[in-house]
Structures are given as C-alpha cells and as structure tokens.
Design a protein around this ligand. Structure first.
Ligand code: NDP
Ligand code: MG
Length: 385
C-alpha cells in the first residue's frame, strides 16, 4: 500500500492523481488533501476517499465544508489555513506527497514534507524555480527523493535510468509551442484570454496554460531541469514539437538520443512518480503510431516569446533572479487572466521587474519569501492594479 498526500488535490494534477489512485484502490491510500476554495470538490473527495485530514486555505470555503459535514460522521479532520496546509504536507502516515498546488506558495509545504521525511512527487515547478538550491539541500539532508511529475522531467528521468550521468551531453526539452505557435508579436497584440487558454494538446489549470502560451512554462521547466538533473543551462535545449508525443529526450556523448513517448496524458508521469522504480499497468491509452501523421520539430522563436529567453537569463544569473522572474510572471498572468492587461504586457512586466531588482544570494527560505513580496509590491504600485 502506498500512502499518498496531495497538496492541491482539486486542480488538474490533483484530480488526475485521484484518477490514478482510483485505478488501483488496493495499491494506494489517500492520507491528506488540501485546496484553496474548491469545497464542493473537497466534499466529493472526502466522501469517496476518507482521508485523515482535509485542509482549505479560504475561510469561507472552509466554513462551507464544515457545515456540510456538521451532522455527518466522518473520520476526516477538516482544518483551515496555511499552518494546517503545512501540517497536511507533513502528515506522519504519508509515504509520498504530490505537490500539485500552483505558484511559489508551494515552496513551504514542499519543504515541510521534505523535513518530515516524505518523498516528493513534484508537479509544482515554481518551487524549484525559486528555491531549487534549498529544496535540493533539504532533500539530501533528509534522505528523500524528488520525483518529477512534470511530463518533460518525468520523461528525462526515464531516459536517464540505467545510464551514466557523466555521459549526458544535452537535455532536449520538448515544448508544444502552445496555442500561438508561429504567430508574430504584432499578431499577439489583441489575443483574448479565451484564445490563450485554448491549449492544443493539454487540459491544465489556467496559470500553467497561460505560461504555455507565452512559453514561460518552458522557461520555468528549463530552470526546473537545471536543479533536478544538475545540468548547466547551456546544455538544456528547448525544442518545439507540436504533437507532444515525445515528452523530452536525453542526448548522450556518443550521439545516442533517448526519448520517452506516449500519448499526452499526465496520468502516466504521475503514476511513474508514485511507483518509481516499479512500472505498473497502463492508466493511459496506448500510442498508435499509424494515427500520427508526422512528428515535427522547430526552433523556439525567442524574439516573439521573450519569456523563454528571460528564464534562461534569470536561471544563469541565479540568486534571487529566478524568484523575481517567477513573482513577476505570477503577478502578470493573474492580471491577464482578469483581463486587466494585454497578452504582450506579460513579458513587458517581467522585463521591468528583472531590470528593477539587484541580484543577491539566497540565504534561506525567508530571502525568497521577502524578495517575492518586494517584487509583487513594486509591480502593484507601478501598475496600480
Ligand atoms: P490548478 O490551478 O488546476 O490547481 C491548483 C491547485 O492548487 C488547486 O487544488 C487549488 O485549489 C490549489 N491552490 C491554488 N491556489 C492556492 C492557494 N493560494 N492556497 C492553497 N491552495 C491553492 O493547477 P494545475 O493542477 O494545472 O497545476 C498545479 C502545478 O502543477 C503547477 O505548478 C503547474 O505548473 C504544475 N504542472 C501542471 C501540469 C498540468 O497538466 N496541469 C503539468 C505539469 C506541471 P482550488 O481548487 O481550491 O483553487
Ligand atoms: Mg511540462
């Protein structure tokens, strides 16, 4: 039996993790779940899985959840707030914690889980972007595994199995290119939120879907790959592959390139992370090669999709620059989703932030939290939104 906690259980990755659990209820047991506002989804999760603890961070949603279960006898303890969220992440009965919360807010629960000795199935890429060095140190100190859930990193992780790490020449990170592949900056001027949310291959939460449209998602993944696989940035190459069949590749020094392929379905990397090194029966549809017209590859257009370029630069600079990049991106994407700024303004805001903050070393988690706050305050004052 694998005991699993899910931080961000009501979102896209959280829901797909529940599907994996549902696929073999004798193999997995749900221990702790958290969300922000989605109390109705939480009701269904509690009814179906009987976890030990369920946490909501929105007070109103918490009250609604409590009132629904008021006269019902359940074994689930319902709690509220950030402290409770960290408590859920470090619940003693879990073997592995799926971090599927969105944004840098996932950093503290991830660290709490590591300090409690839990392996991490990491979906929340922002955690490694802002705190890669700290998370790695803590994982080493507490002897826990960081198992990637992001499909590209799950693929790279698989391509590395059984091979000598020193023989790796490049990591080839594939990108679908998002809904605006091939468009010019001029053509992107008036694109709507609805168009940006219309991802060609993946159904995901709104923040990551916008990140995919700007290619910031690939930028965040470059930094994530740097920390997960100890690779210099110059050896992490992004390749646009619109079909999303090859989920990423590893190029070895002898010229061999190993790729991992499957239909685009996050349940596979989730299942692999939960069960590593075991391979289980498929929870996804098989790949039918004869139904794929072709596999294409293109260079990413860094002049139009500037966010990817900014991410490489911030990653190379290190220190707090990835935190500045991430904070500005979270702020700008939120404004875009609320239809307060245009699509191209996202990269302008990020550029502004990156050029307004001096780099400095990260001493500890507090440096990250403080710098994140400073960037958000700076942008709030400037853009008055
Ligand atoms: P969603 O937006 O679908 O879900 C986010 C989850 O986090 C929800 O459970 C949500 O709760 C919770 N949450 C959001 N804000 C807060 C908050 N302030 N406090 C507490 N909980 C909060 O996101 P995704 O599942 O798409 O993505 C999650 C992470 O995984 C992201 O970092 C993303 O980049 C990464 N990822 C996602 C992939 C995908 O296919 N979706 C693929 C690879 C990586 P509520 O429902 O109440 O709002
Ligand atoms: Mg990905």
């Amino acid at each position: 039996m694998k005991n699993i906690s899910i931080i961000g259980a009501t979102g896209s990755i959280g829901t797909q993790t529940l599907e994996v659990i549902r696929s073999d209820i004798h193999k997995y047991k749900l221990i702790a779940v958290t969300a922000n506002k989605s109390y109705e989804k939480m009701i269904h999760i509690i009814d179906e899985f009987n976890p030990e603890i369920a946490v909501l961070t929105d007070e109103m949603a918490y009250k609604n959840l409590c009132s629904y279960f008021k006269d019902k006898s359940i074994k689930t303890e319902i709690k509220f707030g950030m402290e409770a969220l960290n408590e859920a992440a470090s619940n003693k009965d879990a073997d592995i914690v799926v971090t599927s919360i969105v944004g840098m807010i996932g950093l503290m629960p991830t660290i709490s889980a590591i300090r409690a000795g839990k392996d991490i199935a990491l979906a929340n890429k922002e955690t490694l972007v802002v705190g890669g060095e700290i998370v790695k140190e803590e994982a080493k100190k507490y002897g826990v595994k960081i198992l990637p859930v992001d499909s590209e990193h799950g693929a790279i992780f698989q391509c590395l199995q059984g091979n000598d790490h020193k023989a790796v020449k490049n990591i080839l990170l594939t990108a679908s290119g998002g809904p605006f592949r091939g468009k010019t900056e001029e053509e992107l001027k008036n694109v709507t939120v609805k168009e940006a949310l219309n991802h060609p291959n993946w159904s995901m939460g709104s923040k990551i879907t916008i990140d995919s449209a700007t290619l910031m998602n690939k930028g965040l993944e470059v930094i994530e790959a740097h920390w997960l696989f100890d690779m210099p940035f110059k050896n992490i190459k992004a390749i646009v592959h619109p079909q999303s069949i090859i989920h990423s590749m590893v190029e070895y020094k002898d010229g061999s390139i190993i790729s991992q392929m499957a239909v685009p379905d996050m349940k596979l990397p989730i299942q692999y992370a939960l069960n590593y090194p075991e391979r289980c029966e498929a929870v996804i549809e098989p790949l039918d090669f004869f139904s794929i017209p072709s596999l294409q590859f293109e260079k990413p257009d860094l002049d139009t999709f500037k966010c990817l370029k900014f991410a490489y630069e911030a990653g190379e600079a290190g220190g707090i620059m990835p935190t500045v990049l991430n904070a500005a991106n979270e702020y700008a994407v939120d404004l875009f989703l609320k239809e307060k700024i245009s699509f191209n303004k996202i990269h302008e805001i990020i550029y502004d932030a990156l050029n307004s903050f001096e780099n400095k070393c990260i001493k500890d988690v507090n440096t990250i939290i403080e710098e994140n706050k400073k960037v958000i305050n700076y942008l709030k004052n400037k853009y008055n939104k």
